[in-house]
Design a protein around this ligand. Structure first.
Ligand code: BEZ
Length: 575
C-alpha cells in the first residue's frame, strides 16, 4: 500500500491546547487501527523513527500518528514534565481513535520518555487504547529514573535536562526576540563541559547552565523533595494505574538506565493477569547493537536483526497485528519472558520472571581485614563467616570513585555498558571480594541484592555494591550494581545515622543474566560512591543537594557470624 503523510495535523486537548502530529496513512480507503507515539524530542527528528518505520507500518494497514508533547517542538503550551503526560495522553488517544480512517482502536509505541507516555496514557484507561509496546522505560521516578534508593541520579538527570530538553526550551523562549547564535553556542559549550566540569558543581541547586538561563524549573523543583513524597508519587505509574488492563510488550536492556522499571511494569501486569510480555537484550539506553561497552555479544543480540529473525519494525508489526487485528503472528511464542543470556550469548524463552527454577543463594564476604583493592585479601564464598575482622575504608567526597560503565546515560566521557573495572579496583576506597575460579559454569539470572552490615563515622553516607564477572585474563566486567543512601533507606522518612552504630541495609542491584564460565571468578565491590552517576553523599547529614560542605567518612563493613554481609545471587541450575 502507498502511504500519504499529513504534517502538523492539530490535536486539541481538553484545555484547548493544540498538539501537532505527523500522520502517515495508507492511501487505500479503509478503516485502520491507529499507532500513536508521543515524544518530547521532535516528531520531525530521527528519534521518532529509531526503532519503528512509520512508512512500513502504515503500508501494512495502520494509521501512524507521531505527536510532539505539550510545550515541545511544534506543539503549543508550556512543557511541564512527566505529570502532564497522563491527561494529555488520554486526550491524544481518544483523539487518535476519532481520526477519519481510524477503526477506533489505538496502540502506542516508543522508548524511554515516550515509553513512559504510553504508561501514563494507559494509567487513565482511555477506552480506545488496546495495546502498548514500551521500550526502556520506568515505573516510578524513585526506581532509577530520578533517584535510586535515595541517591539522586545526577549523571543522567543533568545530561538529559541539559542535552535533551534545554535546547528546544531555549529556542522557544528566544524565538520571538530572535535567536542569538553566540548564546546558542554557549548553551552547547556548557553541555560539552558537563563531563569535565558541570557534574562537579556544588551545590547541585546552583547548577549554572540551567539556573543562569532560567530554563526548566522542574529540574530545580526536584531538589525540594528529598523524600518520597507526593511530588514524586504524582509522576509515578505505580500510584495511578489501578485497573489498567492494556496488554503490553515491554522491551529492556541489561545495561539500560530503566532496566528495573521495565521489569517491574511487566511483573505488575502479570500479577494482575493482564496480557504482558518481557524481552531483555544486552543493551544500554542508546546502544541496541550486538557490541555493547567492551563486549561483543554477537549479531543475534543486535536489535536490527533480533535473534537473527526480525528487525524492530517487524516486532512491532507482529505485536500490533496480534493485539489489534487478531492475527496469528506467533508473538506469544516469544514470551512471556525472552531474555538474552550474556556469556553464553543466546536468547531464551521462559514462562516467568524470576525463572521458576531459581535458587537464591547467599555468597558471603570474607577477609582478614584487608579487602581493599583487587590485590587485597577479600574473598567471596557460600560459607557463612565465623569470627572475622571487619573491613574499613575512607570515603572522601572530594575524590569519589569514578563511574566506569554500567547502566548509564551520561556525558560522552562516561560510556555505558560492560567496561573493565580494573582502575576502580585499584582504589583504596573500594573493597573487593572475589570467589575462587569456578570449577563449573555457573548461571546467574534474576534479581540481585546485597545485605550489608555497616557502620560509619558520618551522620549520613552511601554504600554502593557491584557484581562483576572476572575473566581469566583479569578483566572485571560489571553486570549490575546499586546504591543506598543511608538516611533514605526508608524512602518515606529521612533519618540521621548514629556514628558508629551498626546498621543492616539491603542494596538492590536490579538484575542480570550471565553465565560465569569455568575458570571465571565472581566478584563484588563495596564502596561509597560512583560519581558522577550518583550525586555524592557529602557525609554531613545536611542536604546533599543544597550544600557544598563535605567531610570524609570512615566506613566499616562487617562479615562475621552475627553480621554476615553477603550478596544474594539468583543461581539457575544448568542442564
Ligand atoms: C529518555 O527519554 O531517554 C530519558 C528520559 C528521562 C531521563 C533520561 C532519559
Amino acid at each position: 500500500m502507498n502511504v500519504l503523510v499529513e504534517r502538523n495535523v492539530e490535536c486539541t486537548l481538553r484545555d484547548g491546547t493544540i498538539l501537532r502530529v505527523n500522520l502517515y496513512r495508507p492511501t487505500q480507503e479503509g478503516s485502520y487501527p491507529v499507532l500513536l507515539t508521543r515524544l518530547p524530542y521532535g516528531k520531525d527528528t530521527p528519534y521518532a523513527y529509531s526503532m519503528f518505520d512509520p512508512v512500513a507500518m502504515a503500508s501494512n494497514g495502520y494509521l501512524v500518528a507521531i505527536q510532539d508533547c505539550r510545550g515541545r517542538f511544534s506543539s503549543d503550551g508550556q512543557f511541564g514534565g512527566y505529570a502532564q503526560e497522563f491527561e494529555d495522553g488520554y486526550d491524544a488517544v481518544q483523539w487518535a481513535a476519532s481520526l477519519p480512517g481510524s477503526n477506533g482502536q489505538v496502540g502506542m509505541f516508543g522508548a524511554s520518555y515516550y515509553g513512559f507516555t504510553q504508561w501514563a496514557a494507559a494509567a487513565l484507561r482511555p477506552p480506545a487504547l488496546k495495546a502498548i509496546l514500551p521500550f526502556f522505560t520506568y515505573d516510578d521516578p524513585w526506581n532509577g529514573a530520578a533517584v535510586r534508593q535515595g541517591a539522586f541520579e545526577w549523571g543522567k538527570t543533568a545530561y538529559w535536562y541539559l542535552g535533551s530538553m534545554a535546547p528546544n526550551e531555549w529556542i522557544r523562549q528566544h524565538l520571538a526576540g530572535g535567536v542569538d547564535p553566540a548564546e546558542w553556542r554557549r548553551l552547547f559549550a556548557d553541555f560539552d563541559l558537563l563531563g569535565e566540569k558541570g557534574y562537579w558543581q556544588l551545590p547541585l541547586t546552583e547548577f549554572e547552565p540551567l539556573k543562569e538561563r532560567e530554563l526548566l524549573p522542574g529540574f530545580f523543583a526536584q531538589f525540594e523533595h528529598p523524600e518520597y513524597d507526593d511530588f514524586w508519587k504524582r509522576l509515578s505509574i505505580l500510584h495511578r494505574d489501578e485497573g489498567m488492563d492494556v496488554p503490553s510488550l515491554n522491551v529492556g536492556g541489561w545495561y539500560d538506565i530503566f532496566l528495573q522499571g521495565t521489569i517491574d511494569n511487566y511483573m505488575r501486569m502479570k500479577k494482575r493477569g493482564v496480557v504482558t510480555q518481557l524481552t531483555i537484550g544486552p543493551w544500554s539506553h542508546i546502544n541496541r547493537s550486538g557490541f555493547v561497552g567492551e563486549i561483543n555479544y554477537g549479531f543475534a543480540a543486535n536489535a536490527a536483526l533480533l535473534d537473527l529473525k526480525e528487525d524492530m519494525t517487524r516486532l512491532h508489526l507482529r505485536w500490533f497485528d496480534s493485539m489489534l487485528k487478531g492475527k496469528s503472528t506467533g508473538i506469544e511464542e516469544d514470551g512471556p519472558v525472552k531474555i538474552f543470556v550474556m556469556g553464553e550469548n543466546r536468547w531464551r524463552i521462559h514462562p516467568e520472571w524470576p525463572l521458576p527454577e531459581t535458587e537464591f543463594t547467599p555468597f558471603y564476604f570474607h577477609s582478614a581485614g584487608e579487602a581493599k583493592t583487587s590485590v587485597g585479601d577479600g574473598r567471596l564464598s557460600r560459607e557463612v563467616p565465623g569470627n572475622e575482622r571487619t573491613d574499613d575504608f575512607l570515603y572522601d567526597p572530594a575524590d569519589p570513585v569514578p563511574t566506569v560503565g554500567g547502566n548509564l546515560l551520561m556525558a560522552p566521557e562516561f560510556q555505558p555498558g560492560p567496561r573493565d573495572q580494573t582502575t576502580v579496583e585499584e582504589r583504596p576506597d573500594v573493597l573487593v571480594y572475589t570467589s575462587d575460579p569456578l570449577l563449573m559454569d555457573m548461571e546467574v539470572t534474576g534479581p540481585v541484592r546485597a545485605v550489608l552490615w555497616v557502620s560509619t563515622s558520618a551522620e549520613d553516607t552511601d554504600f554502593v555494591v557491584r557484581l562483576t564477572d572476572v575473566h581469566p585474563d583479569g578483566r572485571s566486567i560489571p553486570l549490575c550494581d546499586g546504591i543506598v543512601r543511608m538516611s533514605l533507606r526508608d524512602p518515606n522518612v529521612r533519618t540521621t545515622l548514629q556514628p558508629g552504630e551498626v546498621y543492616r541495609v539491603e542494596v538492590d542491584c536490579w538484575a542480570t543474566s550471565n553465565v560465569f564460565f569455568r575458570g571465571h571468578r565472581i566478584r563484588v565491590h563495596v564502596t561509597s560512591s560512583c560519581f558522577p552517576r550518583w550525586n555524592r553523599n557529602l557525609n554531613t547529614g545536611q542536604s546533599n543537594e543544597k550544600s557544598a560542605r563535605y567531610t570524609v567518612a570512615e566506613q566499616v563493613v562487617y562479615h562475621d557470624s552475627v553480621r554476615p554481609s553477603h550478596i544474594v545471587l539468583p543461581l539457575v541450575p544448568r542442564s
